[in-house]
Design a protein around this ligand. Structure first.
Ligand code: ATR
Length: 285
């Protein structure tokens, strides 16, 4: 709730469910968006204990919340409690946004499309036919791989510490793009054929800011190098890439745009991206 709006009997409620949740910047960002667009709404963070997610989801119906974001560790479990799951979220296997359509709860995943929108707008890259090397194959990697492939990119190589998880990701996206696992030692042999490198691992995230997901001597100036981490806003990986002439893209935009898509699904209005970005930036610096 913003300072110049009052909660009253007409206020529409929203929230984010997760554990832990106190670090979440979503309330700040979404309340700013509601305020900017003059919408009478309030968005709060809810710490959901293990074992109580179903009750919390039923609460959305009972209390007539219009929408909820879902975050770690509930993006997969929540799928069991919804009435309908959008195709993209079903393929990815995770939901981060719920829309309440008159008591019917529909699950979406805005992480991947948020990532792609941010990547294209911030770097100007056109994804059609671009060859991608994905580093990491966790939950975030799956959503991003799916959205990149949907946007016309070829996910050609997937590298991951645990090979079996890379192969799982490869089979997830096999209808869209023909990817294969690549061992870290073999990347030197293919890096000249890569257009876009995306770090989906947690390597380099605060407080481990000296970690890096790829030998930086492999980076070159024909690459777009993208990192989904936004704390710090410029990871060591991106610094090294920039120093070698690559175009770089940080993770903040993905966070902003996943929230912007949720806002658009809930309200039917265009999200006020600039205001959302400014308030999140203020909270990070
Ligand atoms: P998220 O949902 O944020 O993607 P995740 O599913 O736990 O989180 O995935 C984290 C990713 O970072 C995985 O690709 C993980 O590799 P593994 O599949 O081998 O676990 C990768 N990762 C995390 N810590 C790592 C480390 N120290 N070295 C290499 N990769 C790491």
């Amino acid at each position: 709730m913003s300072s110049n709006q009052t909660i009253n009997s007409l206020t529409t409620f929203y929230g984010v469910f997760g554990s832990p949740i106190s670090h979440s910047r979503s309330p700040l960002m979404l309340n700013r968006a509601f305020q900017e667009n003059g919408i009478n709404a309030a968005y709060a963070a809810f710490h959901i204990e293990q074992g109580t997610l179903k009750a919390a989801i039923d609460g959305i119906r009972a209390l007539r919340f219009r929408g909820v974001n879902v975050t770690i560790p509930y993006k997969v479990e929540v799928m069991s409690y919804l009435d309908e799951i959008d195709e993209g979220a079903r393929v990815i296997g995770a939901v981060n946004t719920i829309v309440n359509e008159n008591g019917k709860l529909i699950g979406y995943n805005t992480d991947g499309i948020g990532y792609v929108r941010s990547l294209c707008e911030e770097t100007g890259i056109s994804l059609q036919g671009k060859r991608v090397l994905l580093l990491g194959a966790g939950g975030a990697g799956r959503g991003i791989a799916y959205a990149l492939a949907k946007a016309g990119a070829e996910i050609v190589w997937v590298s991951n510490r645990t090979e079996s998880k890379a192969n799982e990701l490869v089979s997830y996206i096999s209808l869209l793009t023909e990817a294969k696992y690549i061992a870290a030692e073999a990347i030197a042999g293919i890096i000249d054929k890569v257009d876009l490198v995306v770090n989906n691992t947690s390597l380099g995230m605060y407080p481990n800011i000296n970690e890096i997901p790829l030998d930086p001597s492999l980076l070159h100036d024909k690459l777009v190098v993208s990192d989904i981490i936004y704390t710090p806003m410029e990871t060591l990986f991106l610094k090294e890439a920039r120093a070698r002439g690559a175009k770089t893209h940080g993770g903040l935009g993905m966070f902003i745009y996943q929230g912007a898509y949720a806002f658009e699904y809930w309200t039917g209005q265009n999200a006020p991206i600039q205001a959302m970005r400014e308030i999140v930036l203020q909270s990070l610096t």
